[in-house]
Design a protein around this ligand. Structure first.
Ligand code: MLC
Ligand code: AMP
Length: 503
């Protein structure tokens, strides 16, 4: 048997071809990719990582970090990337739930993570953003050849945690074929080829930067500028020598603010892709007016990889996410019953295909609850399909805020706020934000006579929640609006505060 995902990556490799260039001008060829991922795979085996073991990784973005992902795939391990913003409290949960054999972290996090890892029998190694650290030291002397461990299409390649609407985060189990099938589909759909160069400014701990951007580049034998974070002026500099950019809507919101964004500046670019959150039609139009290029919007999820995309050749319509990708079945149903609804009506988006994950890690009941009996996955997104077949996302059936492309589950933030002395209850909502799309906002009711204020609440949240989950503003009300059933009417709160972040 072969290694399903890595064999496909290896197949077209031209060892001399460029793979990664960093901001500092350092380069990695495809040959370097093969040898460094082999050294790391040998190191993992030396650290007793056996096929199926989870390897949890919370490190800064670097080419070496991407090679570690590939090393896990080659060694048959399950790669578990973690947002660098997660606090120790959050990490404790992920490590306890996933029970990794190995935790790889930044040297600065080692001390905090050691006791957490030890409590769950995991070993800790480090990797810094310059390609140093204990893991890299161990890999330095390892062989540059590795016999890839046999893995079939249904074996796990990765687990990515995604917060549930209730309770704690769930680990979405992604197989070799979930990742490979989607990468191959996107390569064809977006016409990726060896001579493409991608501006990669996304983090590599989520589906967008890790699978969509990196796997599609790898499977095409293309190359990328690998940047630690997004900077609009830097992206504009690189457009002269690039062909594609992928980003969340905030990237485009920031680009259109630059007078340097012109037809000339983007003349060499053949494709701009947006996803992870809704791109405002206004941003789409502004971008097109300034560059003559229509941003291609697509729609995906951690659990499903990419589901739909606007066409490469046909019309890319602002405010839509295009057509179901080849091989992906998409339908819109009655959210409660799952029954069919009339064409064009709004309902629950459900998807099925080789892109759809294998279930939530050790949560068979939660998995069952999110699939229909005929195998369709219930996305929690509300949408409709128009007469031309374009999918429109019109809202969310799940209580979720998307801030700069990061998902924040209000329930998780509310649970933390409600524990604070002096807080009666809270409601966390997403309010339109000019830069981030939605700004996390908390509305709090104090207990009688309690004096708890914004500062006290933020201080409480700081060690408990990643920064991007912490409310940008905290507002106080005497009571929350409720319907006759007693349910908090978040729509009323969203309306009340819709201009909160307006400049
Ligand atoms: C950073 N901050 C954020 C934030 N990003 N706050 C809210 N929401 C965000 N997204 C905070 C920081 O903690 C910091 O707080 C302050 O804002 C400035 O930080 P920064 O580092 O300068 O921000 P910046 O680099 O400008 O980051 C913004 C961003 C980034 C939008 C470029 O968040 C980003 O790259 N987002 C991409 C997320 C992504 O990849 N999503 C894909 C998920 S996969 P303070 O207080 O310390 O100053 C998925 C599936 C699919 O959804 O379909 O793709
Ligand atoms: P995540 O769980 O981080 O993978 O986020 C997935 C969610 O992001 C989806 O369920 C959608 O709600 C949202 N999303 C992704 N792409 C788009 C898009 N192009 N337009 C609107 N929402 C999107």
């Amino acid at each position: 048997m072969s290694n399903h995902l890595f064999d496909a990556i290896r197949k077209g490799v031209q060892p001399e071809a460029p793979f990664i260039e960093t901001k500092a001008g350092q380069t990695w060829s495809y040959g370097d990719m093969l040898s460094l991922s082999a050294r790391l795979a040998n190191t993992l085996v030396g650290l007793d990582v056996i096929p199926g073991d989870r390897v949890a990784v919370q490190v800064e973005k670097s080419p070496e970090a991407l090679m570690l992902y590939l090393a896990c795939v080659r060694a048959g391990a399950v790669y578990l990337p973690l947002n660098t913003a997660y606090t120790l409290t959050e990490l404790d949960y992920f490590i306890g739930d996933a029970e990794p054999r190995l935790v790889v972290c930044s040297p600065k996090s080692r001390e905090g993570l050691e006791p957490i890892a030890a409590a769950h029998d995991a070993r800790v190694e480090t990797l810094d953003d310059k390609g140093g650290g204990s893991l890299m030291e161990a890999a330095a002397g390892a062989p540059t050849e590795f016999t890839d461990i046999a893995r079939g299409p249904d074996d796990l390649a990765a687990i990515l945690y995604t917060s549930g609407t209730t309770g704690r985060s769930k680990g979405a189990m992604l197989t070799h074929d979930n990742l490979l099938s989607n990468a191959l589909t996107l390569r064809e759909y977006w016409r990726f080829a060896r001579n493409d160069r991608l501006i990669h400014a996304l983090p590599i701990f989520h589906t967008h930067g890790l699978f969509v951007a990196s796997n599609v580049t790898l499977i095409s034998g293309a190359s990328m500028y690998f940047l630690p974070k997004f900077d609009a002026e830097e992206a504009l500099d690189l457009m002269a020598t690039s062909t594609v950019m992928m980003g969340v809507p905030t990237f485009y919101v920031r680009l259109v603010q630059s007078p340097r964004l012109t037809r000339e500046a983007t003349a060499r670019m053949r494709l701009f892709i947006s996803g992870s959150a809704p791109l405002l039609a206004e941003t789409h139009r502004q971008f097109q007016a300034m560059t003559g290029q229509a941003i291609l919007e697509r729609y995906g999820m951690t659990e499903t990889n990419m589901n739909t995309s606007n066409p490469y050749d046909g019309e890319r319509i602002a405010g839509t996410v295009g057509f179901p990708l080849p091989g992906v079945s998409l339908r819109v149903t009655d959210p409660e019953s799952g029954a069919a609804i009339a064409d064009g009506d709004t309902g629950m988006i459900e998807v099925k295909g080789p892109n759809v994950f294998n279930g939530y890690w050790r949560m068979p009941e939660k998995t069952r609850a999110e699939f229909r009996d005929d195998g369709f996955f219930i996305t929690g997104d509300l949408g409709r399909i128009d007469e031309r077949g374009y999918v429109h996302i019109v809202g969310r059936g799940k209580d979720l805020v998307i801030s700069g492309g990061y998902n924040v589950y209000p329930k998780e933030v509310e649970t933390e706020i409600d524990q604070i002395e002096g807080v009666e209850e809270s409601a966390v909502i997403g309010v339109p934000h000019p830069d981030l799309g939605e700004g996390v906002t908390a509305v709090v009711v104090r207990k009688p006579q309690a004096a708890v204020d914004e500062r006290a609440i933020l201080l409480h949240l700081e060690p408990r929640l990643a920064r991007y989950k912490q409310p940008k503003r905290i507002l106080f009300l005497d009571e929350l609006p409720r319907n006759t059933m007693g349910k908090v009417q978040k729509n009323i709160l969203r309306q009340t505060y819709e201009n909160l972040y307006r400049p």
